[in-house]
Design a protein around this ligand. Structure first.
Ligand SMILES: [Zn+2]
Ligand SMILES: [Zn+2]
Length: 383
């Protein structure tokens, strides 16, 4: 049983406002009608409407209940099922649909989970100038349906949904006038199975960041790969060859490959370290940091799937930009032989358990010719 099902409402990171970061998530052993986690909220209702036109069965069969339940081909009714939002940072391409739908979204009250700083930033949007104030910190205020709720970077997993808990780890995402800008990587865990995956907000390479923090994430992930942690969603905004001084807090293929080598190195180190030695605690100075020979890294990431996302569209490539960049990363990864499977998180795809009612492959290209339906995965991607 896969731990989670994910529908990719939007996965771009560029100027295409119809394809911005937005994912709908549920535990694999629950129904969509039991409730949904909205992971990021760049694109929302509008993008989902286009997806449902192309793939009316993507949420599975319409449940036959009396009285009738929500219509699973209607974006408004699907978003009514959202119980909470989980937001990595407050850049507009990650919050736009949360903001524009705040006054009219259906269903009961919804928590917005994010780091304290991200919520502070969101407050500046919901401040009666850019947009009306439609969110509150006061859980008991019946006038508001959106409620801020902090997830601190305290190493703990916090329950945000039945059977789902989340750990927040800060990552660097460029800098602004006041210093380094922080985004978040979430470890999202299905409690009954203890399976988890990592979802990165926008992030920059450790070799570029003034405050390198990806290494902490690789160290936290390494002992769990691949049995308890078999999927990572991470950005790769730009294609190959972009100079590091104009990455503006993002990844390019060369840097992503270096980071995956760093992850593989940590996995080797974790496997060398006897269990129960306390090695999972953060290391001030790593003693065991002799470089791991390239040969020893071969196959180390077998069983791990890495989904790239947030590729910046510029409408100049023959293939979708996400596939263009994915292929570049694959080519650069190949000589390392790490064993990792590199995929793109394509808009309109469903990642998770196979659904007998999802549209057959050719049909989703009707509305999304740019995202060929070969991306309609049907394996246990997050198991
Ligand atoms: Zn972004
Ligand atoms: Zn950003």
């Amino acid at each position: 049983m896969p731990a989670f099902d994910i529908i990719v409402v939007g996965s771009g990171g560029g100027l295409d406002e119809t394809n911005l970061s937005g994912y709908l998530l549920k535990p694999g052993d629950a129904e969509w009608t039991d409730g949904i986690i909205a992971l990021e909220a760049g694109s929302g209702h509008g993008a989902l409407r286009s997806i449902l036109k192309a793939s009316p069965g993507i949420f599975g069969e319409q449940p036959q209940t009396d009285p009738p339940g929500p219509c699973m081909t209607n974006p408004f009714q699907i978003y009514s099922l959202v119980r909470c939002f989980l937001i990595t940072h407050a850049h507009i391409d990650h919050i736009a649909s949360l903001v524009v739908s705040a006054g009219t979204i259906g269903g009961g009250s919804k928590r917005i989970y994010a780091s304290p700083q991200t919520l502070k930033d969101l407050e500046t949007v919901f401040a009666d100038r850019v947009w009306p104030n439609l969110a509150t910190w006061d859980e008991s205020n019946p006038l508001f349906r959106l409620v801020y709720h902090s997830i601190h970077a305290d190493r703990k997993y916090k329950v945000i949904f039945p059977n789902v808990s989340v750990r927040n780890m800060p990552v660097s995402h460029g800098k602004n006038e006041s210093g380094p800008y922080e985004s978040t990587a979430f470890f999202i865990r299905h409690e009954p199975s203890e399976h988890e995956f990592i979802f990165f907000g926008d992030v920059e390479p450790d070799s570029v960041a003034s405050k390198p923090r990806n290494i902490d994430i690789w160290r936290a992930a390494a002992p769990k790969i691949p049995h308890n942690l078999s999927a990572i969603f991470i950005e790769c905004s730009y294609p190959k060859g972009r100079p590091s001084d104009v990455l503006y807090g993002h990844f390019s293929p060369e840097h992503l490959v270096n980071e995956l080598v760093a992850l593989a190195t940590e996995v080797v180190i974790a496997r060398r370290t006897p269990k129960g030695s306390g090695r999972s605690r953060p290391r001030k100075k790593q003693k065991n940091n002799d470089p791991v020979p390239a040969d020893e890294l071969r196959g180390v990431l077998d069983g791990l799937r890495v989904y790239i996302m947030h590729c910046k569209e510029h409408f100049n490539t023959d293939v979708p930009i996400a596939h263009y960049i994915r292929d570049q990363v694959r080519e650069l990864l190949e000589p390392h032989g790490l064993g990792v499977e590199l995929l793109s998180a394509d808009q309109g795809s469903k990642i998770g358990k196979p659904s007998s009612t999802a549209l057959p492959r050719p049909s989703s290209s009707a509305v999304f010719p740019i995202f060929p339906s070969s991306s309609m995965h049907s394996g246990s991607f997050l198991s």
